[in-house]
Design a protein around this ligand. Sequence first.
Ligand code: PBG
Length: 324
Amino acid sequence: MPFPIHRPRRLRRTEALRGLVRETTLSTKALVYPLFVCPGTNVKAEIPSMPGHYRWSVDGLVEECQSAHGLGIPAVILFGIPEKKDETGSGAYDPKGIVQRAIRAVKKAVPDLLVIGDVCLCEYTSHGHCGVIKDGEVENDLTLELLAKTALTQAQEGADIVAPSDMMDGRVSRIRRELDAHGLSGTPILAYAAKYASTFYGPFREAADSAPQFGDRKPYQMDPANQREALREIASDIEEGADIVMVKPALPFLDVLALARREFDVPLAAYQVSGEYSMIAAAAEKGWIDRERILMESLISIRRAGADFVLTYFAKEAARLLKC
Ligand code: PBG
């Protein structure tokens, strides 16, 4: 219809009108809150590059989970910083490891809060890589055995979902097999299916002390230049039994998210990663942007692109804003 019959501004005149025709919504039910847990008691150590986020000992972590639950946040994802690291990342699959203990404590104190275990070795290896090193490289198939043990011990301590983030080939089917063999066929797998070798993880690596001590993660995480490959990764994770697939990071890869939404009829998650958080936090601290409006805009954009839910360091803040 030619102008002036068609005037899109008519439906933008008031908040009520805009609300009526809004295509995407953001609910607290779609937020997952990432948390870091470390040994000790009474530890609440701020992460310098992620102001407002902390390494918590289990006691404080439980309180933080209670507070998130009180705000209506349905789920947390836990990352562990172990007492000591070694070549094979044994802290990751120790049945009494830091994350395993944290899972048990949180599930006991807040049973309705979903606890997701991040399954990876990089926080637990002395070299900082996501798998075992053989001849200077991360050895895929040996690593699968350790990832399977990691997922199993987390699920046995009560994790509601396990989330492999290592990017080894075949990990989803290996983990599925391990869980099923131990009577845990009801535990879903959230696969970090399209996980890119991204510099946006910088602040996380400071938080988790998990930067690789040599080389980088490009031999296993995806090349940020690739889009079609993401669809192959997602398809193979679904085929291997992933219940939910994830794209990570979120904002720099919205095209991948949108394509994945169109191609696959499975639940889709996105991870708004540490660097995305820190950039917003830093610019807001300088007074250059409006923190609250930017964080809400970024979250609605991730939902609009196709994510059913979002892992975000803004979870508590967004939940508070959604309440007003
Ligand atoms: C572990 C893992 C990482 C993140 C989630 N799981 C770090 C990495 O791959 O280096 C990043 C999360 C973030 O940046 O917020 N492999």
